[in-house]
Write a protein that binds this ligand. Structure first.
Ligand SMILES: Cc1cc2nc3c(=O)[nH]c(=O)nc-3n(C[C@H](O)[C@H](O)[C@H](O)COP(=O)(O)OP(=O)(O)OC[C@H]3O[C@@H](n4cnc5c(N)ncnc54)[C@H](O)[C@@H]3O)c2cc1C
Ligand SMILES: NC(=O)c1ccc[n+]([C@@H]2O[C@H](COP(=O)([O-])OP(=O)(O)OC[C@H]3O[C@@H](n4cnc5c(N)ncnc54)[C@H](O)[C@@H]3O)[C@@H](O)[C@H]2O)c1
Length: 481
């Protein structure tokens, strides 16, 4: 068990190494990392006639494909199926006997979907004309040189897309237990008796609900006074309530977590203000944040500056402090999502190949937390809107008053839209509710268009959808007090 760094690199044969030792190659561009930005950038650069070296040390497709979005959302789908099967009688559907979950089959499904995506990225890159794929760990030797094993690659343009990995915090006793991370938890093919998750944010909450639905006892331990601390307080409270109703135990204010191992039982000391001081569990999942993979890249040899959290310092167009070197995706600290990494690819390609000065600051913050129902968020929170000093209008509606949600018997959550009273532009929105991750894009696109909210208010949406209530919501705006 342990972090992503523990996964072995692909082995290379001795003959490969001897052959590679003789070759030191010059390219037009080097891309380090085959995550969400590197491969499509290789596609654009090679199509433009550039000779590209792409270096990947582990799995093609990076975090999203192998240990992030794709396997987790596949598991979330299995957990949803189990949940709906248990609720079948609510819909008049009778299932004989109890609902069982075959964890081996659940894992096999996630492995197959993730494996297909990984193989797709790898075969695309290997078949790409003008692209040479190197498998191994890349390290800068100078501003223009990157070493991969015995190979020394040179180029005037170097793109860093190395992503991030799970933080393993210094907690008392952590070195004496077998903990899981987002990578190793995916290897489980049996249900943990009791899973204790440290960290109550994206990774922690998705796994918490999923494993609860698979049938495990689950406790989430969060050091802050509330879950998902970046969100508005009522959003945190609604998500907590929804998880607790499904039987997830939540322990907040856990300022000093410690571990103790006794046979196959792990005691997690939680030092919370209320509740038992120790939780006894079979498995511990660490979900306390991610750190960029920049500590073993030789960035000092290239003179590329990093910040205090290890993120590579970039300007609005992804240029690092060294001319000819760019940093894309999670390693630059400007976004920790697949869509932001892909957007970085688009920015780099537009600037370098199209003469189009696209920028990170064009991006509107947008993401979803895949608990069920999902939490979709764009732009400002209510707290941030208040703090902005603008005159703000707000429209809100519980999902109990959304026809589609009622018909589906999925009425948890609410929708909220914030509007600037003077410019009439939409400032932000939250949809915690069924299909919220899709419906929120109506609002996001109006924000990108910089159109007044009345454009959306007057649009005629399809009935019966969650989106059809967005114009209604905008017709009921009130001052934010
Ligand atoms: C459990 C989990 C669930 C997630 N779910 C979502 C979601 O639903 N939606 C969403 O938008 N985001 C989600 N994310 C976040 C998303 O996966 C990442 O933000 C995204 O994959 C980052 O892409 P990237 O291209 O920056 O880096 P990565 O995808 O991490 O790719 C970096 C690549 O670089 C390679 N590499 C690193 N160092 C070197 C080196 N020195 N030499 C050679 N190769 C190197 C790595 O092996 C890796 O393949 C999730 C993350 C996790 C952990
Ligand atoms: N749906 C998605 O888009 C999705 C899903 C999963 C992950 N991700 C990405 O992965 C990143 C990392 O997610 P994450 O949930 O690991 O990190 P996070 O930074 O979002 O949250 C970490 C949580 O752990 C808590 N924590 C930190 N140290 C702790 C300690 N010692 N004891 C108890 N609690 C502690 C923090 O207060 C915080 O709530 C996210 O920023 C996100 O971008 C995205």
């Amino acid at each position: 068990m342990g972090g992503e760094a523990d996964v072995p690199f692909y082995p290379r044969s001795g003959r490969d190494r001897r052959r590679e030792a003789r070759v030191s190659s010059r390219f037009d561009a080097i891309i380090i990392g085959a995550g969400q930005a590197g491969p499509p950038l290789a596609g654009r650069l090679t199509k433009a006639g550039l000779k590209v070296a792409l270096v990947e040390r582990k799995f093609f497709g990076g975090t999203c494909v192998n240990t992030g979005c794709i396997p987790t959302k596949t598991l979330v789908a299995s957990a949803y199926a189990a949940h709906m099967a248990r609720r079948a009688a609510d819909f008049g559907v009778m299932i004989g006997g109890g609902v069982g979950v075959d964890m081996k089959a659940v894992k096999a499904r996630a492995d197959a979907i993730s494996g297909k995506a990984r193989a797709g990225v790898e075969s695309w890159l290997r078949g790409m004309a003008n692209c040479v794929v190197y498998q191994g760990h890349a390290r800068f030797e100078s501003t223009r040189e990157v070493r991969v094993g015995d190979d020394l690659l040179e180029a005037d343009r170097i793109f860093i897309n190395v992503g991030a990995r799970a933080i393993i915090p210094h907690m008392p006793g952590i070195d004496r237990i077998n903990y899981l991370t987002n990578s190793s938890v995916l290897q489980l093919d049996a249900l943990p008796r009791r899973l204790c998750i440290i960290g109550g944010s994206y990774i922690g909450l998705e796994f918490a609900q999923m494993y609860r639905r698979f049938g495990a006892d689950v406790t989430v331990v969060e050091m802050r006074p509330r879950l998902i601390g970046r969100e508005d307080e009522d959003v945190s409270a609604a998500v907590k309530d929804m998880l607790e109703k499904e039987g997830v135990e939540i322990r907040l204010d856990a300022e000093c977590v410690s571990f103790r191992s006794e046979g196959d039982v792990i005691g997690v000391g939680v030092n919370c203000r209320s509740g038992e001081p120790e939780i006894s569990c079979s498995h511990v999942l660490l979900a306390v944040g991610r750190r960029p993979n920049t500590d073993d890249l030789g960035l000092d040899r290239a003179g590329v500056e990093i910040d205090e959290r290890g993120h590579i310092v970039v300007d609005d167009q992804l240029r690092t402090t060294v001319p000819g070197v760019w940093a894309l995706g999670e390693c630059n600290g400007k976004g920790a999502f697949t869509h932001t990494a892909y957007h970085d690819f688009e920015i780099a390609a537009a600037n370098i190949l199209d003469g189009d000065p696209r920028r990170i600051s064009d991006r509107i913050e947008a993401y979803a937390l895949y608990v069920d129902p999902p939490l979709a968020r764009i732009g400002l929170t209510e707290l941030a809107a208040r703090a902005s000093g603008r005159r703000v209008l707000v429209g809100e509606r519980p999902m109990t008053r959304v026809g589609r949600a009622v018909e589906k018997a999925e009425t948890t959550g609410f929708m909220r839209i914030l509007v600037d009273a003077d410019s009439r532009e939409i400032l932000g929105a939250t949809i915690l509710g069924t299909s919220g991750d899709e419906a929120i894009h109506c609002i996001l696109d109006v924000m990108y268009a910089k159109a007044p909210y009345t454009v959306l208010q007057r649009a005629v949406h399809i009935h019966p959808t969650v989106s059809e209530l967005l114009p209604t919501l905008l017709g009921e705006l009130k001052p934010l007090v």
